[in-house]
Design a protein around this ligand. Structure first.
Ligand code: PMP
Length: 465
């Protein structure tokens, strides 16, 4: 096999895939009974598979990634030109797109100051954890090494990122995990009974949920806690936006106990929720922001860890000590394709007013989904922000018992029968993935929003009657 691809030779590709590829998140035994779905091409909101079947992609490449849609020639061209000029050099030196993208990114993040380049969301988060640990040793005599993470949040697939993972399904059987990662409760109003806060709602609930973080800090000892790591809107844990009151209280708690605030924008970052970054809805001032998926919309692998100047400064003091700096490297953080693609990606979002479209189309999609709640008792809750939405399916609206995961999967399959790709998530309770998720590209039109929610309507009727 010479690796070249002939359009007429798809059977060879399928055979090569079946014989050689280990797919992500797949139990291969039943999967191998059929041919894998090979996605061959994409344009705008649509992709085509090996059989020429056209799919409307309501999840931006499956996992909230292709924010500006497929087939963007201007990104491909910028990457091509950059690769021909310089493909790579280690990040101890600079690159033209690396400098220019960092400048553009910081313009969108008032209060933030420095961009550290990596390859993946997991890696960016790990780097933030390392900075927290190093600060603990440099500044606090080895105390303040603890990192708080939240139930239902996810921060990546590598071992320290998993140690900060609040989703049981992803963590089971992979322990033991790294020490000094401490879980705090979720902030999900729909399941507030799990927190013993069923008597509160709205802002009062939000403040009380944040106060539960304070309780953990006091239990652990504030002088042992270095950072709090949170998703602005929780993704894989069920698409959860914190209620009003939560974020200002979180900020207050962090300031009071001298705890660094790390916001994981791997999903929300670069437009997904209708602002450049999810945290910007809530007026908070993070110390670390990590981002990946939408940064270059999947046209190249890139992830960024962005810090404040105050954090950066902590690694600049006492230059007479030769070991006193952030002793870390990411080989592929030096790939120039990432920032070259990211620069054009951001320009597209600006030129085409995609943040505004995200807000308008998000509202349309949310109200379509809310309308479906009247017809389909199985939808217990509709949540999310911008074009980052979820619909939780429950067997009983009173008890909120999740539907059998197989039924949620059947809804996804029924949408597939109508050529619409949606997702299902909620990895918090093993085997209970029951939240349909929707995250179309920010270019989505009203017609396509309606097509997606119409497909969900039909699918729910087929599965639940
Ligand atoms: N953080 C969040 C919130 C995520 O959703 C993900 C990936 N789904 C990650 C981190 C990890 O990113 P990656 O897969 O690029 O390592």
């Amino acid at each position: 096999m010479d690796g070249t691809f002939n359009e007429n030779d798809l059977s060879r590709v399928i055979a090569a895939d079946k014989a050689n590829v280990w797919h992500h998140l797949i139990q291969h035994k039943p999967f191998e009974e059929n041919d894998p779905r090979i996605i061959v091409e994409g344009k705008g909101m649509r992709v085509w598979d090996q059989n020429g079947k056209e799919w409307l992609d309501a999840v931006s490449g499956g996992v909230w990634t292709v924010n500006v849609g497929y087939g963007r020639e201007e990104i491909a061209k910028a990457v091509y030109d950059q690769l021909m000029k310089l493909c790579y050099f280690a990040q101890s030196a600079g690159s033209i797109p690396g400098a220019l993208f960092a400048e553009k990114l910081i313009e969108k993040m008032p209060g933030m100051s420095r961009v550290y380049y990596n390859n993946s969301g997991s890696e960016a988060n790990e780097k933030a954890f390392k900075m927290v640990r190093q600060i603990a040793h440099k500044k606090y005599g080895g105390k303040k090494t603890k990192i708080l993470y939240r139930d239902r949040d996810y921060h990546g697939s590598t071992l320290a990122a998993m140690s900060a993972g609040g989703q049981e399904e992803r963590n089971m059987q992979y322990g033991p995990f790294a020490p000094d990662f401490v879980k705090v409760p979720h902030c999900m109003e729909y399941r507030k009974h799990e927190l013993g806060l069923e008597h509160l709602s709205g802002k009062e609930f939000g403040i009380a949920a944040a106060n539960q973080i304070e309780e953990i800090i006091l239990r652990e000892g504030p002088d042992t806690v270095g950072a709090l790591c949170l998703e602005p809107v929780t993704a894989g844990g069920g698409v959860i936006e914190a209620p009003e009151g939560y974020w200002p209280r979180v900020q207050e708690i962090c300031k009071q106990y001298d705890i660094l605030l790390h916001i994981d924008e791997v999903v929300c970052g670069v437009g997904r929720t209708g602002t450049w970054f999810g945290y910007q809805h809530y007026g908070i001032e993070p110390d670390f922001v990590t981002m990946a998926k939408g940064v270059a919309s999947g046209y190249a692998a890139i992830a960024c860890l962005v810090t404040t100047e105050a954090v950066f400064d902590m690694f600049k003091d006492d230059a007479s000590d030769p070991l006193n700096y952030f002793r870390d490297i990411s080989t592929f953080g030096g790939c120039t394709a990432g920032p070259a693609a990211a620069l054009v990606n951001m320009q597209i979002i600006e030129d085409e007013d995609l943040l505004e479209n995200c807000v308008a189309m998000g509202e349309r999609m949310k109200s379509n989904l809310e309308a479906l709640m009247e017809k389909h008792q199985v939808i217990g809750d509709v949540r999310g922000k911008g074009l980052f939405l979820g619909a939780e399916l429950v067997a009983d609206r009173e008890t909120k018992e999740p539907v059998d995961e197989k039924l949620a999967q059947a809804v996804v399959a029924e949408c597939g029968n109508q050529n619409v790709i949606i997702g299902v998530t909620n990895r918090s309770i093993p085997g209970k993935n029951n939240t349909l998720c929707f995250s179309p590209a920010l270019i989505v039109t009203p017609e396509d929003v309606d097509k997606i929610t119409d497909a969900v309507d039909v699918a729910l009727t087929k599965v639940f009657g």
